[in-house]
Design a protein around this ligand. Structure first.
Ligand SMILES: Cc1ncc(COP(=O)(O)O)c(C=O)c1O
Length: 386
């Protein structure tokens, strides 16, 4: 491809062509369901995070799988982020195409097309990937050699979540040594995402679990360093542990992402951050005290927690594809055509359902942020670099 950034530019222009007509409109005049971002609240969340990290060595590397917005990623870079975290090689491609200079794929990348793409991306951004298996390391080395590039590598450590990641300190050391011998790869440190702590409701228990996880990760990294390996990076943390893991003196980068938007899943777990992301919806029918909204599970993520309504105590009864049924109080007088805003049950699986976020300032649309890449293969991102 003559210009590998072209799919990103074309998609961005297409989305703007389709949605720019809404610039300057009141959010209440938008078609529904629409995804709204209150940019003043979002900015406050960015400031809260920056203040929380002040005086600590960890720098923010926001997880952009939550947001899928290169505009928001650029905003966070301007606010001091050292780069971004992503979940897929296609997200990495979009971020690199937008000009993000440093990208961490916080997931195992497996499969020939993905490996080729990851290697090709190294020409355009400082890319790191995580590994937990020698076979994957060998394949990454081969891909890097074929492309004539160097890939950054973090050894992924399971610190209690039992998802990906090596299962012991010995495995971590052995894998790190192996990476160190492989051409085309540069060992940069470890990833230790403590996902099992994020939603622990009891703050004291969350602190205890997160500290244990980090003690284990720090010991492993020290073992690597003592072995003469280069392992400067310790990358971990999320919104639920931003002021626990984020304050660990050994952490070099914090991967929190959800704090920019928040959602019902995070609820009141992390006070200090406010909900900036909502789904605007219209009352499409009312029967007795039951209202039916036009925002079903094709426009709002219901994973983990049922989406509540902003400033209302209605009880969710059911989310169908294009309908949400809520039991309201009998004091509720409004009716057909009324607008309400829902808080996402889970922000990442809400955003993925929309073409754009309507960014607003005091209820007036001030920007349009395209959402990409959405699913796998979205608009050529899958072919971007193969
Ligand atoms: C590898 C990794 N890092 C960090 C996060 C933290 O993200 P959040 O701040 O949205 O909790 C996640 C969330 O799933 C993750 O998978």
């Amino acid at each position: 491809m003559s210009d590998w950034r072209e799919p990103w530019r074309v998609e961005r222009a297409r989305v703007h062509d389709a949605y720019d007509v809404h610039f300057g409109r009141a959010v209440d005049d938008l078609p529904t369901p629409s995804l709204l971002v209150d940019v003043e609240i979002l900015q406050r969340n960015l400031v809260t995070m920056a203040s929380a990290l002040e005086g600590y060595p960890a720098r923010l590397r926001p997880h952009t799988k939550v947001q899928k917005s290169t505009d928001l990623a650029m905003l966070q870079m301007e606010a001091g982020a050292i780069g971004v975290t992503v979940a897929t090689v296609w997200e990495a491609a979009a971020m690199a195409a937008a000009g993000i200079p440093d990208v961490l794929i916080a997931n195992q990348v497996v499969g020939d097309d993905k490996l080729r793409s990851a290697a090709a991306l190294c020409r355009h951004t400082n890319l790191s990937l995580v590994v937990d298996d020698e076979r994957n390391v060998a394949a990454l080395s081969q891909a890097a050699l074929s492309a004539g590039v160097t890939m950054g590598i973090l050894v992924d450590i399971d610190v209690g979540m039992a998802r990906c990641g090596v299962r012991s300190s010995d495995q971590a050391l052995s894998l790190a040594r192996y990476v160190d011998t492989m051409a085309g790869l540069e060992l940069r440190g470890v990833q230790a995402y403590e996902g099992h702590c994020m939603l622990e409701p009891d703050r004291e228990t969350r602190i205890k679990l997160a500290r244990e996880a980090m003690t284990y990760a720090v010991e492993i990294r020290q073992r690597l360093l003592d072995d003469g390996l280069s392992a400067q990076t310790l990358s971990a943390g999320g919104t639920g542990t931003y002021d626990i893991t984020g304050h660990n003196p050994n952490l070099t980068e914090l991967q929190a992402g959800s704090f920019v938007f928040m959602d019902a899943m995070h609820g009141n777990l992390v006070p200090g951050f406010e909900v900036s992301l909502t789904v605007l919806s219209t009352v499409m029918a009312r029967h007795g005290d039951t209202v039916i909204l036009d925002a079903g599970r094709k426009s709002v993520g219901i994973d983990f927690v049922s989406p509540p309504i902003v400033n209302e105590t209605w009880v969710a009864r059911y989310f169908a594809e294009e309908h949400a049924l809520f039991d309201t109080s009998s004091a509720y007088r409004a009716d057909l055509g009324d607008h309400v805003q829902l808080i996402a049950g889970y922000a990442p699986t809400t955003i993925n359902l929309h073409d754009v976020m309507f960014v607003h300032r005091s209820g007036v649309v001030s920007d349009i942020w395209p959402v990409f890449p959405r699913g796998p293969g979205h608009h050529g991102f899958q072919q971007l670099l193969t």
